[in-house]
Every structure is written in structure tokens, then in C-alpha cells.
Design a protein around this ligand. Structure first.
Ligand code: HBI
Ligand code: FE
Length: 278
């Protein structure tokens, strides 16, 4: 069954950003969140994220998606388009497959700076867009969108959604300087930016494609397990070179893994105490 877009939205679910309608108070919420994250993220975020944010210029207030898209188009051929909230999976993948990132145009209220509900413009744009200025990551996002469309033919969307969750939203990466954050769900959260790297509570495990697609996730609290990639190049290579069809067939016969399971085959960087989750 195909969901219809809400009134005022185009058939592809996009809406005008309405940049002119933002109030000074809404821009101020953005600046508060931006300043808070930029104090935390040097030395925590992957350098490519910080470079992307600087290149795109996001410090003055909620960015105008037209200006953002112009800059991004010149760098990696991506655009940012506004949507009213969550869009259906097939529409989401369709946009990614065409190098369009969908972003909510609304911003959280000043008294809910740590809110977790529907992704707002700060999560979507601050969290996700800087890495779209990086060529390899930008290609990974498009490959994910194409893979998403294919996964629907195998009834395997919920398995592939876990890959998005544990990479694009909550991924960590190994660098010469130590672990760094690249997942947008972490980068846009003050609490989780600290927790993901510093806390002894969560597991930190080496990334493995099959392993990740078997692992459930939670959306209502800090993660209890993070997966660590070696590089964006290796992540992209694994997704481009893998034929997912046999993986989906194998996954259908394997039980799901609980969020905190650790397998004998896992490369364990941190065996978490899970004290935070108790
Ligand atoms: N819609 N606006 C929006 N943002 C998302 O991140 C999103 C979505 N629709 C579906 C979706 N994500 C999922 O399919 C992915 O998490 C896999
Ligand atoms: Fe997100």
C-alpha cells in the first residue's frame, strides 16, 4: 500500500523549506545547539565531519537549503530537500539513490534541546549533511539508497535498516588518533557525543555487515552497542562489492541478535559494563 503525501507536499513528499518563516528565536535554538556541539566535537568527531561543517558554513543559524544545496552540489553532487517529517521507506530510498538528502524543516523548542522524537532540522542537517561533502561517504549514502530499494524486493528492509542505524546514525570509526564519531544520531546529541566514546557502559565491536544486519536496536535511549568501521572506504567497498541477495537468504534462517549479545567471532574493542542501561 502506497501512502499519500500530506496536503501541501509534492508527490515525492518534499515541501518548500520556508526559510523566510524562521523566527529569530528558532535561529537562536540552532546557534545554541551548534555552539554546544562544536565545543564537544573536536577530537571526538571524525575530521571529515568537522571539515564538511566548516566548508558548508552552518554557524549563523538554520541553513537555507538552497544555499546548502548549491555548495554541496559543487562538492559532491548532493542536494538537501525539505520534508514534513518521516517519509515512507521507498520514498526515503528513492531520494538517497538520487543524491537528495531529506531533512525536516522544523526545529525543536528552546525548552527541549535534548529531545529525541522526530528528526528535526538540527539532527538532519547538522548531524547528516557535513559528511555529504565527503566524496566517499556521499557515495556510500547513495549506494545505501539503491540497496534500500532492492531490499524491498527481498522483504529484507528491516535487516538493511539496521545497517543504516549502526553506520549512518550511530557509527564509530577507527582512526590513527583513536575512535571517532561519524553517526549523525551521536553527532547531534550532546549527551551521546560523550557517552559513545567515554563511557565504559556500551559495547564497542568491530563492524561486520552480516553481524550488524542481525542485530536489533533501540531508538529510545543511548545505544548499548556501537560498531566500529575501519574507514569510509572499507564501508563503501563492502556495500558496493557485496551481493546482498544471498545475505538476505542466509539472514532469513538466522535468529536475530539481542542488542547486548557478544559473539565469540566478534572483534571486541570494549566489553561494556551496561551499567548505564541497568
Ligand atoms: N524519513 N525523514 C526521514 N528521515 C529518515 O531518516 C527516514 C525516513 N523514512 C524512512 C527511514 N528513515 C528508514 O527507512 C531508514 O532509517 C532506513
Ligand atoms: Fe538521522
Amino acid at each position: 500500500m502506497r501512502q499519500d503525501p500530506p496536503p501541501g507536499a509534492a508527490p515525492d513528499w518534499t515541501i518548500p523549506q520556508g526559510f523566510e518563516r524562521y523566527t529569530e528565536a528558532e535561529h537562536a535554538v540552532w546557534r545554541t545547539l551548534y555552539a554546544r556541539q562544536m565545543k564537544l566535537l573536536p577530537g571526538r568527531a571524525v575530521p571529515e565531519f568537522l571539515e564538511g561543517a566548516a566548508l558548508l558554513g552552518m554557524e549563523e543559524g538554520i541553513p537555507d537549503f538552497r544555499r546548502l544545496s548549491d555548495r554541496l552540489m559543487a562538492l559532491t553532487g548532493w542536494q538537501v530537500v525539505a520534508v514534513p517529517g518521516l517519509v515512507p521507506d521507498d520514498m526515503f530510498f528513492e531520494h538517497l539513490a538520487n543524491r537528495r538528502f531529506v531533512a525536516g524543516n522544523f526545529i525543536r523548542k528552546p525548552d527541549e534541546l535534548d529531545y529525541l522524537e522526530a528528526p528535526d532540522v538540527f539532527h538532519d542537517v547538522f548531524g547528516h549533511v557535513p559528511l555529504l561533502a565527503h566524496k566517499v561517504f556521499a557515495d556510500y549514502m547513495q549506494a545505501y539508497g539503491k540497496g534500500g530499494l532492492r531490499s524491498m524486493g527481498f522483504g529484507a528492509l528491516h535487516k538493511l535498516a539496521r545497517l543504516y542505524w549502526y553506520t549512518v546514525e550511530f557509527g564509530l570509526v577507527q582512526t590513527g588518533e583513536g575512535l571517532r564519531i561519524y553517526g549523525a544520531g551521536i553527532l547531534s546529541s550532546a549527551g551521546e557525543s560523550r557517552f559513545a566514546l567515554d563511557s565504559p557502559s556500551p559495547n564497542r565491536l568491530g563492524f561486520d555487515l552480516m553481524r550488524v544486519m542481525r542485530t536489533r536496536y533501540r531508538i529510545d535511549a543511548f545505544q548499548q552497542t556501537y560498531f566500529v568501521i575501519e574507514s569510509f572506504e572499507s564501508l563503501l567497498q563492502q556495500t558496493l562489492e557485496t551481493d546482498f541477495a544471498p545475505l538476505y537468504a542466509a539472514l532469513a534462517a538466522l535468529p536475530d541478535l539481542a542488542i547486548t549479545d557478544i559473539l565469540p567471532t566478534d572483534r571486541v574493542l570494549t566489553r561494556g559494563s551496561q551499567a548505564q542501561a541497568a
